[in-house]
Design a protein around this ligand. Structure first.
Ligand code: UDX
Length: 435
């Protein structure tokens, strides 16, 4: 099929790359000239497993193209995906500025009948708005149908997730648009859920809000387990074996971050408010997560009278492993708090340091290895469970640190091993070891 994808962020780039891999002729459109120039050379601006190889292969075989020009990009396409960003607006609702610009450009340059497919996460009702906006601005007499195809991919495994998704959701109020989209997705060979426009939009928000709730729930169980002397590893295992609960997303930690959960939970609350419907569960999920991000520093301040002048090593800055994304990363709040308390902060992340430098306080010293970060440190804090951090033996902290005291926000180590290593080990929802 002839396909255009508007926006080359995480979602757009992965969507365009994967659709071209299926043999479609795909043109990705982005207004950022530098980005398009880099992409044309097959260089991905984001760190995503397998993406560079996928882009290069399909650029070379002629299935994948990039342009800044809407007219060229839209020419002869039957499907046009909108995958521009919908950041959080000041009031918590989704900011539709980029959607509006994309609609105006599509309406100006479209020359044939198309199905517009929204990939961006948009408030319920936005697809009808998009259709209306394009139709009222159309310069030629053509037919535009609209469909929603929300994405559920995770950063770090986006390409893998696209080809191995649990389901593909397609929603439209137009039967022909549904059929076109079903055809476009057939070669993924994955279960397809067909529904109406508004339900498709709602599935995305409801799924992310549910997963965020699951994380906040297990985090609260972890905090309580600590207080009453239980171990959250055992509690989560015992809960997760109940198929109705499921064992995924039961890892307690210092809260969820990233570009989706924080934004989408606030957005669905805002959608509720617009519909005059309060959602106390979700309001508390957001509040619980905000509190969770601060709990490691709270633990440190309980353990020490002051951390003024103490050397603190922070390991892991990205919001989760296998990504360089710093959006809503717990490291933002944690490093700010440490500096306010007067600590000297060394930080290490295998890939996110460059992005971190743009947003974290400038007093932080970045190191190029774990060893360098923890050398002579009084306290180590683990914020992201990178493989490399999990593989760094606890005994080594004893060798490098002045005082081997570790606060692990991601439960990277087994308690038995920690006990034998001799380090003082604090984690989430489990008893302190050697404390
Ligand atoms: C998420 C959804 O999984 C995906 O379906 C949606 O399309 C976009 O948002 P992503 O943000 O890439 O994907 O990351 P994910 O792996 O889901 O993790 C999100 C956050 O939750 C991370 O901060 C992670 O550390 C945290 N998390 C996840 C936990 O704290 N505990 C868990 O058990 C799982």
């Amino acid at each position: 099929m002839e396909i255009a994808v508007i926006g080359t962020g995480y979602v757009g780039l992965v969507t365009g790359g994967c659709l071209s891999e299926l043999g479609n002729n795909v043109t990705c459109i982005d207004i950022d000239e530098d980005k398009v120039a880099t992409l044309k050379q097959g260089i991905s601006p984001i760190y995503e497993d397998g993406l560079t190889e996928l882009l290069q292969k399909n650029i070379e075989n002629g299935n994948l193209h990039f342009t800044t020009d809407y007219k060229t990009g839209l020419s002869d396409k039957s499907l046009v995906y909108i995958a521009v960003g919908t950041p959080q607006g000041e009031d918590g609702s989704a900011d539709l500025t980029y959607i509006n610009t994309a609609c105006e450009s599509i309406a100006r340059d479209l020359a044939n009948d198309v199905v517009i497919v929204t990939k961006s996460t948009v408030p319920v009702g936005t697809n009808e708005y998009i259709k209306d906006k394009i139709e009222t601005n159309l310069e030629k007499n053509i037919t535009v149908k609209i469909a929603s195809n929300p994405e559920f991919l995770r950063q770090g495994s986006a390409v893998h997730d696209t080809f191995n998704a649990d389901r593909i959701v397609i929603g439209s109020d137009d039967e022909e648009a549904l059929q076109t989209l079903e055809k476009a997705n057939a070669d993924f060979n994955l279960p397809i859920v067909k529904t109406d426009l508004r339900s498709a939009e709602m599935i995305k928000y409801a799924s992310n809000a549910f997963l965020a709730t699951k994380i906040s729930f297990i985090n609260e169980m972890a905090n309580l387990s600590e207080k009453i002397g239980a171990n959250i590893d055992h509690v989560a295992k015992g809960m997760g074996m109940d198929a109705r609960i499921g064992n995924a997303f039961l890892n307690a930690g210092i809260g969820y971050g990233g570009s989706c959960f924080p934004k989408d939970t606030r957005a669905i609350i805002s959608i509720g408010k617009d519909a005059a419907y309060d959602m106390p569960i979700l309001e508390n999920v957001v509040e619980s997560n905000d509190r969770q991000r601060g709990i490691l520093v709270d633990k440190i301040l309980e353990r020490y009278e002051t951390i003024k002048g103490k050397k603190v090593a922070v390991l892991g800055l990205a919001f989760k492993p296998n990504t360089d994304d710093m959006r809503e990363a717990p490291s933002i709040l944690v490093t700010e708090k440490l500096l306010v308390e007067g600590a000297i902060v060394n930080a290490y992340d295998p890939v996110a340091s460059d992005n971190a430098k743009k947003i974290l306080p400038e007093q932080i010293n970045y190191t190029s290895s774990i060893e360098e970060a923890v050398e002579d440190a009084d306290i180590t804090i683990i914020l992201t469970e990178w493989k490399e951090i999990k593989a760094f033996p606890l005994e080594h902290y004893k060798k490098h640190m002045t005082n081997a005291v570790i606060f692990d926000g991601r439960n990277c180590f087994e308690l038995e091993g920690a006990a034998g290593s001799g380090v003082e080990y604090h984690s989430i929802g489990r008893p302190t070891v050697n404390g």
